[in-house]
Design a protein around this ligand. Structure first.
Ligand code: NA7
Length: 552
């Protein structure tokens, strides 16, 4: 066992952790980063399934803080696929010489707050112990994988994979593949594997709406134009709702004629991107039932027009409203025109059990399979924090703290009372939107708060020292950054009120903690947009950080 002290420890080497490390180092803090995977990437390290792609545009699915890199780093297409994201993050780490602070294959197993010394004592899977002043948990919002509660799961004797923990290589030619789950991951994996495998059966509990991604190579002129406008693009992203670099609708759906509405939807369909369809067409698709139904009618018609077999088309057509995380694809519905791709609709014929050889349905049909893929998502948002033992004041764990408050909550997705100097990136109540700009906002704010607290603490130390010697133990403990319970309540109320003003809570999905059996549903994200979120951050800073206990 090795015990070392650092000013700051960052846990996780995804988009958030890498940027947090960079900022701490720039601030002059002695910082270390640990990561349980063998290299950087976070979500993008593990989710290397076929077809994995970010559905925010390439131009904004990256950091905004390195302008030279922004304009010179090569990317070809409108979207970046998983290998490109991984390569980009590796590149950033090399470019900013961050690898030397990183330790891989190292999992945080336990973190305890030591009240006496105002420090965190962190234990890792490698047996090391770190004492640190600041602990940043960038554990990943979509990382703790979720297996379905289907009987017989362990009896399957073929190859079994979860998309969230995909192997470095696979070989499915000549194999019969089953895919359970058809969220954005399932849609991507089905689309990629359809042409590659002997047969593919998609097991769908609830069919999904999906629009074309519109992925294509960008021309040199387009890239030059983006480069010339990068400052403007980021300004726009930071003040927008979803932060995906697309304009957002300003008119209500029913304020235009039926013909114009159709044209707006058609243009969005042709333009591509799920966020465009949901947020750029009109301003009320996710708030007005009537508007939503117009979007649904259009999308259902597109499925009917695309899928040639009427029975497959019927099964693939959602009957629900269009109020889940929007999905886009590179020819998903078209896959079902292939003779080797079919679907089983679980609402009509549920899975009875998984067997040694495949999947047995309630009506007695047995699907013989060589490969079973689970695209069943994640114990999203709080899952990674509750599975790790992080104990704050009084030895209470984060899980116990959240169980007591009834749901996983925080101030701004980062701060939890009783967990001083422990900050989360993309924790519960974080903005729902494009990852990099959300994480940049959170990291920048954490740095501001830390700087402010350090300044306050230094002033107090200076004024209570004689000839540079501290009067008491308290002054040498360093600052305490801790959210006020009342500010968490106020933020959570805001999150709930915005969510309840939308149609999202009507459906079961991970945004509301309704995708994992046994999990208590709650509003896990801020749906009010990145722009509004940043405004709150600014107000808090300008108001003297009164959402926190006075810095000491
Ligand atoms: P999602 O969006 O949570 O989708 C999971 C899928 O798995 C969805 O189709 C679920 O059906 C299905 N599922 C889950 N449990 C079961 C069981 N027990 N039986 C059958 N089907 C099941 O996860 P993704 O990985 O696609 O996407 C998560 C995020 O990652 C996404 O929003 C992006 O931001 C990236 P359901 O719809 O619940 O009926």
């Amino acid at each position: 066992m090795k015990q070392s002290h650092f000013d700051a420890l960052v846990v996780g080497a995804g988009f958030g952790g890498i940027y947090q490390l960079h900022k701490f180092v720039k601030l002059g803090l002695n910082t270390k980063l640990i990561e349980m995977a063998a290299d950087v990437g976070g979500t993008w390290y593990h989710n290397r399934y076929p077809g994995a792609m970010s559905d925010s545009y390439s131009m904004v699915y990256r950091y905004s803080w390195d302008k030279d890199d922004l304009v010179t780093y090569p990317w070809k297409n409108r979207y970046v696929h998983q290998p490109e994201v991984l390569k980009y993050l590796q590149h950033v780490v090399e470019r900013h010489d961050l690898r030397r602070y990183m330790q891989f294959n190292t999992e945080l197993t336990r973190a305890n707050y030591d009240e006496v010394h105002n420090r965190w004592v962190v234990q890792t899977s490698t047996g090391d112990v770190y004492t640190v002043r600041y602990l940043v948990t960038a554990l990943g919002i979509l990382s703790r994988i979720n297996y379905p509660d289907i009987p017989g799961l362990k009896s399957f004797k073929g190859e079994m994979y979860h998309t969230g923990k995909w192997p470095k290589a696979h070989e499915f030619r000549d194999k019969r593949v089953g895919v359970i789950g058809n969220g954005s991951t399932g849609v991507q994996v089905i689309t990629a594997l359809g042409p590659e495998v002997k047969s593919l059966t998609s097991f769908q509990r609830r069919p999904q709406y999906s629009v074309p991604s519109g992925n294509r190579a960008l021309t040199k002129e387009e890239r030059d134009d983006i480069n010339a406008r990068y400052d403007e693009i980021w300004e726009f992203v930071r003040n927008s709702t979803m932060g995906v670099g697309l304009p957002e609708g300003s008119r209500p759906t029913m304020s235009v004629s039926a013909e114009e509405r159709e044209q707006v939807f058609e243009d969005a369909w042709q333009g591509g991107n799920g966020f465009r369809f949901m947020f750029s067409t009109f301003n009320d698709i996710i708030t007005s039932e009537e508007a939503n139904e117009e979007a649904c009618k259009f999308l259902r018609r597109k499925i009917k027009d695309t899928v040639k077999d009427p029975e497959k088309a019927r099964k693939l057509t959602p009957t629900e409203i269009f109020a889940r995380r929007p999905i886009c694809d590179s020819g998903y519905f078209e896959q079902f025109n292939r003779s080797n791709v079919d679907l089983a609709l679980l609402s009509e014929n549920p899975i009875q059990t998984i067997t040694e050889k495949g999947v047995l349905m309630q009506d007695g049909t047995h699907y013989d399979l060589d490969v079973l893929i689970f695209a069943t998502g994640f114990d999203a948002v709080d899952g990674n924090w509750t599975r790790t033992t992080i104990k704050g004041r009084g030895g209470k764990s984060l899980k116990e703290h959240w169980d007591k408050s009834g749901s996983p909550t925080s101030l701004l997705g980062s701060f939890v009372p009783d967990f001083p100097n422990m900050f989360m990136l993309f924790g519960p109540s974080s903005p729902f939107g494009n990852g990099p700009p959300v994480l940049e906002a959170q990291v920048d704010f954490i740095i501001d708060v830390v700087q402010q607290a350090e300044k306050t603490s230094k002033k107090q130390t200076d004024s209570s020292t004689t000839n540079g010697v501290a009067d008491g133990a308290l002054t040498s403990r360093g600052p305490v950054v801790e959210a006020l319970p009342s500010s968490v309540d106020a933020w959570v109320q805001k999150c709930e009120s915005v969510a309840n003003g939308t149609l999202f809570p009507r459906l079961d999905n991970w945004i509301l903690g309704k995708n994992v059996p046994g999990k208590t549903p709650s509003v896990l994200v801020w749906l009010g947009g990145i722009g509004q979120f940043r405004k709150y951050l600014q107000e808090i800073a300008e108001g003297g950080y009164q959402t926190f206990e006075p810095f000491s």
